[in-house]
Design a protein around this ligand. Sequence first.
Ligand code: SAH
Length: 267
Amino acid sequence: MKLERVICKLAPRLSALEPGHVWLAGAGPGDAGQITLDVASALAQADAIVYDALVDASILEAAESAELHFAGKRGGKASIQQDDITALIIRLAREGKRVLRLKGGDPFVFGRGGEEAFALVQNGIPFRILPGLTAGLAGLAGAHIPATMRGINKAIILATGHAAGTDDDLDWAALAATGQPLVVYMGLKNLEIIVAALAKGGLAFSTPAAIVTSAATDKERVVTGTLETISGLARTAGLEAPALIVVGGIVSMRAELTALHRMMRAG
Ligand code: SAH
């Protein structure tokens, strides 16, 4: 059956984006194949799209008629403040536009979606949350690293490395003590601090570790090593954000799954 027919069959189940309403949505980590049908439908319906830097250009190009507002960061500096973004979304909704607020990954995972939803409630703007595939899970899967694997882990920790080394930091030792794998968002620039804190917390230097950058895009790179080697490997490879740091036994599955995958493709 053709893709168009599948979509036609599903389309009547999708909701309408009403004028004056906001859909606060996640676009997944990059690949257009990883957006949801709700997001595809919102791209078709929206009059205005307010998008972040992590939303892939190919996804925005699909929205042919909407006005586009960039609300991301350039060169690591916030070019537009959170309050201004919120004010823009509210203004567009009050103008009677159908507004799609599109973020990378999932809007409620390290995406400030909570703050924006809160502001919409306070201002009486009707909204819906459309979840997306978060980079920390979809990016791992694409790199052949299972988030959970029987016999290896019973939990997975999603953490931010943004404040590593500051007074506002996480208790890395407590996280290390769980023995469960960690996926660290926004941690590349603090990689050495995070590695040192995990090792100090008792995590063995031999623990498998990986860094996945620009997951689910043409620029994706994956570097694997151990807690001991990963910082040096990342530096030598010249890795750049956006990046996920993965630490734990699940990383060791990648080598096996990748080898099998190659064999299948060759055969
Ligand atoms: N809401 C997003 C996360 C935003 S925070 C989500 O659910 O995925 C920004 C961080 O997300 C980046 O610093 C990086 O750690 C991670 N990230 C987002 N997209 C990524 C991608 N394509 N590849 C690797 N990491 C990504």
